[in-house]
Design a protein around this ligand. Structure first.
Ligand SMILES: NC(=O)c1ccc[n+]([C@@H]2O[C@H](COP(=O)([O-])OP(=O)(O)OC[C@H]3O[C@@H](n4cnc5c(N)ncnc54)[C@H](OP(=O)(O)O)[C@@H]3O)[C@@H](O)[C@H]2O)c1
Length: 280
């Protein structure tokens, strides 16, 4: 059924995470279910959703329709910060599983930091949810270096990743270094900069030397650093394109040229919710 090779995984503490996953933010209804099903049929083995995306039911429909065995797919969902009080978190996690029609997810993340609830309480609840068998692994998203370090001190269970905005136009070297130091994976959201990579001259030129598109070159730049990518597309033909990034290698010079596109203020996702904290 699969028409691409197996997608490599990255090891993060006890977790093995496929380097390419399907992002599903903004995919809704039948389109969402169809894209998830097709991605899995093509060979994707990692799907990223969140309670906030309001599409877990459709993601679950796509997973079940694909016929791919449950154990072969890595499913991530995220708890929204308004559910970070311990009892709320446990209830929210159970609700996610009901909507997905799964007995556990592979990875459960805190979606954004919530300064109004003590991190120790939230992490205590997240660890309990894991111990109760609702999630195989736990992690965080949109956490700064300082917050990762605080979380690692508190958590009684391994935190396997920080999911953050990451693409060539945003310099995330500090968060990447901190994750490496602590054995956590970086999961790159908006990895093609919401489609902006497509029009970039450097990515287009380097890509054409490898017979690849700018989007593929952008994703390759990340996975070549062992950064997990979760590009989202609503177009079936782009599913294969976004995963066909393991049959070429960027040279050190090409990697450096792409890295030079990054700046500290290259963020595209609105950070209003987090109170605009600094990342280091
Ligand atoms: N943790 C968080 O706070 C957080 C925040 C944002 C996102 N995320 C996750 O990360 C995922 C990905 O991020 P994202 O959706 O913001 O952005 P993205 O994946 O960087 O970009 C998606 C956009 O790029 C286009 N696109 C996809 N493949 C393409 C290709 N090969 N060539 C040209 N354009 C292409 C898509 O359009 P078409 O649909 O027309 O292909 C879509 O408009 C989300 O879906 C979500 O799962 C997490």
């Amino acid at each position: 059924m699969s028409d691409m090779g197996p997608i490599p995984t990255v090891k993060a503490k006890v977790a093995k995470i496929p380097l390419v996953g399907l992002g599903t933010w903004d995919l809704r209804g039948r389109t969402c279910a169809r894209v998830v099903e097709q991605a899995l049929r093509l060979g994707y083995r990692h799907v990223d959703t969140a309670e906030m995306y309001d599409n877990e039911r459709e993601v679950g429909d796509g997973l079940h329709a694909s016929g791919v065995k449950r154990n072969d797919v890595f499913v991530t969902t995220k708890i929204w910060p308004s559910h970070f009080a311990p009892r709320e978190l446990e209830r929210a996690a159970r609700d996610c599983l009901v909507r997905l029609r799964l007995s556990e997810v592979d990875l459960l993340l805190l979606h954004w930091p919530n300064p109004q609830i003590p991190l120790a309480e939230t992490l205590g609840a997240l660890c309990k949810v894991k111990r109760d068998g609702l999630a195989r692994h736990i992690g965080v998203s949109n956490f700064t270096v300082a917050l990762i370090e605080e979380a690692l001190q508190i958590s009684s269970e391994p935190l396997v990743c920080d999911q953050v905005e990451c693409h060539p136009f945003l310099d995330q070297s500090k968060i990447i270094a901190a994750c490496r130091e602590h054995g956590m994976a970086v999961v790159a959201y908006s990895p093609i900069a919401r489609g902006n990579a497509r029009n970039d001259k450097v990515l287009t030129r380097i890509g054409s030397a490898h017979k690849k598109t700018a989007a593929q070159t952008c994703l390759r730049f990340l996975v070549q650093q062992d950064i997990v990518v979760i590009p989202r597309t609503s177009k079936l033909e782009r599913l294969s394109e976004n995963a066909a990034i393991f049959d070429f290698q960027l040279s050190d010079e090409e990697m450096a040229e792409i890295a030079a596109l990054g700046s500290r203020d290259g963020r595209i996702v609105d950070w209003a919710y987090s109170g605009r904290m600094k990342w280091d």
